[in-house]
Design a protein around this ligand. Sequence first.
Ligand code: C2E
Ligand code: CA
Length: 607
Amino acid sequence: MNERSTVGQEVPVEGYAGRPRDAQLEYKAILANASIGIAFTRERKFTLCNPKFAEMFRWKPEELIGQPGDVVYPSRESYEALGAIAMPVLGAGRQLDVEWEVRRKDGTTFLARMIAKAVSPTDAQKGTVWIVEDITAEHASRASLEASRDALERAVAERTAELQDANERLQAEIGDRRQAETRARHLADHDALTGLPNRRLLEDRLTQALALSQRNREQTAVMFIDLDRFKSINDLLGHSAGDVVLKEVSGRLVKQLRVVDTICRMGGDEFVVVLPEIKRASDAANVAAKILETVAQPFTVEGRELRITPSVGISVYPDDGRDAETLIRNADAAMYHAKEIGRANYQFFTEQMNQSASTRLALENDLRQAVLKGEMRVCYQPVVNASSGRVAAHEALLRWQHPSRGMIEPADFIHLAEDTGLILRLGEWMLGEACRWGTFIGTGRGLPVCVNLSTRQFNDPKLAEMVAHALKETGLPPALLELEVSEPTVMHDMDLALAVLRKLRGIGVTVAIDAFGAAYSSLVGLRQLPANKLKIDRSLVAEVHKGGKAIVAGIVGLAHALDLKVTAVGVESEAQKAALVACGCDYLQGFLTGLPADADTASKEYV
Ligand code: C2E
Ligand code: CA
């Protein structure tokens, strides 16, 4: 540092109590030892600097004095730019405080904080004092601090986003789970097809309704609704069409009811309606009448117009039962009665119905034991050649010799056997008996024995095996066994029927389509079936001589074209016989040509 330039006249020093000369010495000492750079400039030249300042800029202090100000800036532009900022501030007597890039003598640069103030704002000649601090390190640490703060903020933001994301996923999952729970709860209590309450929920609701009725001394009606011949819709059009009908029916039922009423689907084609708080039983009758009317309106399913009717049974609390189970059971018994008396009507429960329901139950129990107890009998009815009148075959017909009720016809127990599945055991026994009798009577005479198969037997996967077994056991030649399957049974599922019939034909037995004309008379379906015979139903035979000849002739003509022999069943009069012969029927079966007779009687002809 150039001392000469720093030493001036002794003048009093502001804020200093000692002699001016001492003050100058002290200032010098301060300047010499200050850890920040201090310099004075005047007219754009350095006039004084302390050692620290010179060291910062890598000048020797005495060299720097007299140098133009711009030597410590990276470029002339940088110097001018700072000047443009500094002039107005300094000129106004204020302090300049900037961070600026400055240059060392060797050309390297560093970041400095520069504080400048004019010694006298009004007199630029008096110069400017510059206090300079190298803030490279501070700046770097500030930058790294900022960078780490930014990184931290970023990390926090990312984590927050992640958490938010996780939270959203969690919320969605909770929502999904709640929905699934609600769905599961709904499914547990509701029927999946119609969305109606199921039996479980019905019992809850009915029990509540009964408690309320008891308190209010009112009545509650329970209605058991079953669709008439719904099975034939399923059989004819398939289960998806059946489902459409069930949904439509449930929709129609719902529309007929009040909000306080409950309707439930018990399964299959059965519905139960609870009408709480009714004043009198006739209120339930009115609702039942409306239900009959609305359900009977035609449906369009898969482009076809269908009609279905319901049968309705009604029980009323408290007269017909005091608990849910009894009321439902009694309404069911009343519905059964409605079916018995011709369907498409409603019936109120009576105690007598209970008796017939329990009779049915007792019959079912008896039927379970019937084969073992040897109560089953087989009758044989001849089938005769239409032109010669000679016996051509025998149809085996089941009878039940009940110990207390006497002889029971198949019409009174085959349905029960079919519903309970007992038909499989019964059918197997029957087939064995018929084959044995057929071996005894038919072999040698070439007389086949005809055996009826129920739907359940026909659909039993073990049918062919069972038939083959019966033939083997009894030694009956397969050609002498004729199996009869009703038309609705084969039309129900043509693919399945084809497979079963092919298997049976494979064994070598003959197959007849029974009860043709009772339900569908599907001539188109017939064409595809590998059957040998067609048995025209009694209902058509009954009319054949009274204007029904053309229908029968048509069926016979078509059957012959398809290479099927035709048997007319239920021939009771000569007039019918003549008409049937004229139509070209091959065989006749009926009370006119031969009554069903027990095995011994039927055998007498031949032994
Ligand atoms: P289906 O196969 O149509 O058998 C003919 C029915 O018509 C027999 O009644 C027979 O007695 C009756 N019938 C014969 N000729 C006449 C007649 O001139 N007039 C009248 N009114 N009826 C006549 P059944 O024995 O009461 O059998 C009724 C139905 O029960 C049978 O109808 C058949 O579908 C079923 N069935 C009988 N036995 C068996 C069996 O062993 N297994 C199976 N699955 N069903 C059987
Ligand atoms: Ca038959």
